[in-house]
Design a protein around this ligand. Structure first.
Ligand SMILES: *Cc1c(COP(=O)(O)O)cnc(C)c1O
Length: 399
């Protein structure tokens, strides 16, 4: 398996953003408090001037509360450690982080290539906002050959998500990075699936990594958060300026919750990944099973890339079942331990009956009448989850 995560990442996640010692008392809290502020005040005009000069150079210097003080800085540090980035910029949701990446890199009349397996709301952003700004978008299978056919003289950005939404199509990020370099494109990757812990796109050649901290980083289904990470100084400056100009901001309390959540990211991720494999095993024994979508399974077409580029997997999987529409509805409604809901990455199991319309735009999908059910496997006992899935499948068949 790839060895791109430093062996000490588990350690770093426990020791980044802890409380500083008080210079008078020599004591410190382990947990950094949530430093809430709108106004930042300065000791004298000289101190203000130094802060303004540092800020003008693109350094993380605070003159006003919008970018946040110590708690925000600590969370940015956590994201940098996770992703192997130089700088991280926080946004109020994963979707806001995506818009930050787009607005930082695209000008009016530019063209962006978007992987057809992307998170669905990106298409909504395109429809509602990007079109109005004269930014052209093409959706495409994210392979160099397919992308090449869609290149235009004004193509600036290649935006992908790996593994892709809904069916977890693994993309070859190193190959896409080589393609992007050859054609002078900025490669931006939505890395919510990996959240820096099991997958590190910047180390595989991407220019920008985007994470919805709402998912595994927060980890408790109680906060909205996004982050944009980069290494290149010129790119960092553009994101920095756009971030400030557009007013992206998060509350200190949400930053604090995210830091608290990330302490247990390693054990949550390992457990949810283990649980998901057990659920896959269960489905393999069922007559309704047509196919499992989960890159950690040797049967998955993306398994070799996953083995090469990832250091683990997570609790997400999709299962294709030989169930008609009514039976699929009965199955989902009969589940008692799986919440019917969007999002994932929390402690609890979730189920989503995937709309075929959402799959038709994915080149990876082979159209069929089968039901596609996306599951997030949480931290419950797998014995209980399997009993629940089993009784629900029986109910689906019984009617
Ligand atoms: C949830 C999600 C987002 C958006 O995050 P929000 O915080 O819900 O806005 C973006 N990308 C992926 C892959 C996601 O799963």
């Amino acid at each position: 398996m790839a060895n791109s995560i430093p062996a000490d990442l588990d350690t770093l996640l426990q020791h980044t953003g802890i409380g500083e010692f008080d210079p008078v008392h020599g004591a410190a809290p382990v947990a950094l408090p949530a430093v809430r502020t709108s106004t930042v005040r300065f000791q004298n005009l000289d101190a203000l001037k130094r802060a303004q000069q540092a800020k003008a150079k693109g350094e993380r210097s605070v003159t006003y509360g919008r970018v946040g003080m110590d708690t925000h800085a600590a969370l940015e540090d956590v994201f940098c450690k996770l992703e192997g980035a130089e700088r991280a910029f926080l946004a109020s949701s994963g979707m806001a982080a995506i818009t930050l990446a787009f607005f930082s890199t695209l000008n009016s009349r530019d063209h962006v290539l978007v992987a057809d397996c992307c998170y669905g709301p990106v298409r909504y952003l395109d429809k509602v906002v990007l079109g109005r700004m004269d930014i052209e978008v093409s959706y495409c299978r994210a392979t160099p050959a397919a992308l090449k056919a869609q290149l235009r003289p004004n193509t600036r950005v290649l935006y992908v998500e790996s593994p892709g939404s809904l069916l977890f199509e693994m993309l070859d990020i190193p190959a896409l990075a080589a393609f992007a370099r050859e054609h002078k494109l900025i490669l931006a990757v939505d890395n919510t699936w990996g959240s820096g812990y099991i997958y590190r796109p910047l180390e595989l050649g991407a220019d920008i990594s985007i994470v919805a901290g709402t998912k595994y980083v927060g980890g408790h289904s109680d906060l909205m958060l996004g982050a944009v990470m980069a290494r290149d100084p010129a790119l960092i400056q553009r994101i920095n300026d756009t971030h400030y100009a557009m007013g992206y901001s998060i509350s200190a309390d949400d930053a604090w919750l995210a830091i608290r959540g990330v302490r247990t990211l390693p054990i949550r991720m390992r457990q949810t990944a283990r649980n998901a494999l057990e659920i896959c095993d269960f489905f393999s024994s069922r007559p309704e099973l047509v196919r499992l979508y989960h890159p950690a399974l040797p049967s998955d077409p993306g398994h070799a890339i996953w083995q090469r580029d990832c250091t683990g997997s997570n609790g997400m999987l999709a299962v294709e079942l030989k169930l008609g529409d009514a039976a699929a509805h009965r199955f989902v409604d009969a589940l008692t331990l799986f919440g019917i809901g969007f999002s994932w990455g929390g402690f609890e199991s979730l189920v989503q009956l995937v709309d075929h319309g959402a799959l038709d735009v994915h080149g990876y999908w082979t159209p069929s009448e089968n039901a596609i059910v996306r599951l997030h496997i949480g931290l419950e006992s797998t014995q209980d989850l399997i009993a629940d899935l089993s009784q629900a499948l029986d109910q689906a068949a019984a009617a």
